[in-house]
Design a protein. Sequence first.
Length: 358
Amino acid sequence: MNEIADRHLFIADMVSVIVPIYNGEKYLCKCLDSIINQNYKNIEIILINDGSTDNSGEICKTYALGDDRIRVIHTQNSGPAAARNTGIENSKGSFIFFLDADDFINIRALELLVENYNKYKSDIIIGDFVKMRDDESYPGLAAVFSGSRLLTKQDIADCTRRYLKKPNRFELFSYSWGRLFKASIIRNNNVLFNADLHTYEDVAFNFDYLKHTEEIFFLGEPIYNHLVHDNYTSARTMLGNNPLKLFGYIQALVNIRAFLENCKSGADIAREVGHAYIYLTIIQLVRLCGQVNRSNKRKMYEVVHKIINDAGSRENLKFYSPSKGDSRVLPVMMKLRLVWPIILVCKYKAYKRYRKRR
């Protein structure tokens, strides 16, 4: 057993619900109410208050006083990846379930996940979800699977290749929340979030975990309600700090490649991962360049110049294979190292994509 596993005697059938929190007072009560009112009662609730400057800490304290299943751990704005790791390291359950502080779960969510684990004994049970934005809701994974199904190792590899083809359209592996992980796999293999990543850390974690699995069960019933925030706003925040934080998918793709190699699927892994590398680079360039203005244009030029001259970008351009709706102009510009044209095209694309959400 590793260092994490040696710290506790773990409790059978207990679900450790881990909630990273940073300035979540607007949504936190609804989130916590959805956990404490679960039909499934064998749970512990680990709240990681990650340096919140709003009233989140007081809300956590109040809820902990009213429910002895709740533990509050205070950290210093270490980011959601590190916060989840803290939750893992302090958990006692045989299952781990992640929930974001601005989301909430249906009353039977944990009950259904545990029931299906007991029925199928799969290494991970993934529940469907509903996306919420501007008082409207949208289906999560219903467009991917028509109903519940058991996925073998080969099925998982096939789904991974679908993800690599259009990463922003196939969300089975995009999130760590809303699914039941076996704590033994996490602890015995030291599977943790990469705290250096600020984007795509969930994808990296999922594929690090999947290397040690044989089957997934997908529950085709929505159990999780996910509030969708604007990526345009996220990009603006990253630009003011470290724009390269947007490019966490590079490490995620390393983990995906390791998973596929472990599967021995016989696919052209380099080509498929290389295509996804450029596909995701284009997405992030659009998000980033949508923020260009007179005051930051020099910084933007330097960032884009660095990205398109990066060895990974140069190597993987040859693997990019656009399908209908994918960008065909930007890869050519990247190949020719046309920095200003790239910025202008990406700014225009960002305007078209995000103007309704500003």
